[in-house]
Ligand binder design. Structure first.
Ligand code: 5GP
Ligand code: ZN
Length: 119
């Protein structure tokens, strides 16, 4: 399934230029256009799902593939031993901008605490 107005579906379709880091039959990893760390790669399923929560409910094996790919990206980027962070924003409070499942792989620097302080 694809969504014709989805940015990441267009990236999967090759309609928007992107810098591929890793690819399988089911997963694509490419550099974030606005990197927030020295390494900032997005890992997405090639088929459209809105959120990680939706995908987990419908297709748990694909979630596992996403995290396996995130680990492979870390290895390819040379941050598997120095450490890295895997983050997925789900919904408004997390600031999710693109509603096609993705995990961010961040690293190659000290990343600090995992989130904001409690309000
Ligand atoms: P979210 O905030 O939804 O978790 O993350 C979406 C990410 O997609 C953001 O970090 C943003 O910089 C990235 N992004 C938005 N548009 C593009 C684009 O056209 N190309 C690439 N490579 N990344 C994008
Ligand atoms: Zn999509």
């Amino acid at each position: 399934m694809t969504s014709s107005d989805c940015l990441f579906c267009k990236i999967v379709a090759g309609e928007i230029p992107h810098d591929t880091v890793y690819e399988t039959d089911t997963v694509l990893a490419f550099r974030d256009i606005t990197p927030r760390a020295n390494v900032h790669v997005l890992v997405i399923p090639k088929t459209h799902q809105d959120t990680l929560a939706q995908m987990a409910g419908e297709d748990a094996a694909s979630v596992a593939e996403l995290f396996t790919a995130a680990g492979e990206v870390a290895r390819l980027e040379g941050i598997d031993e120095s450490g890295y962070r895997v983050v997925s924003n789900v919904g408004a409070d997390a600031g999710q901008e693109v509603f096609h499942v993705h995990v961010h792989v961040l690293g190659a620097q000290q990343l600090g605490p995992v989130g904001p302080r409690r309000s």
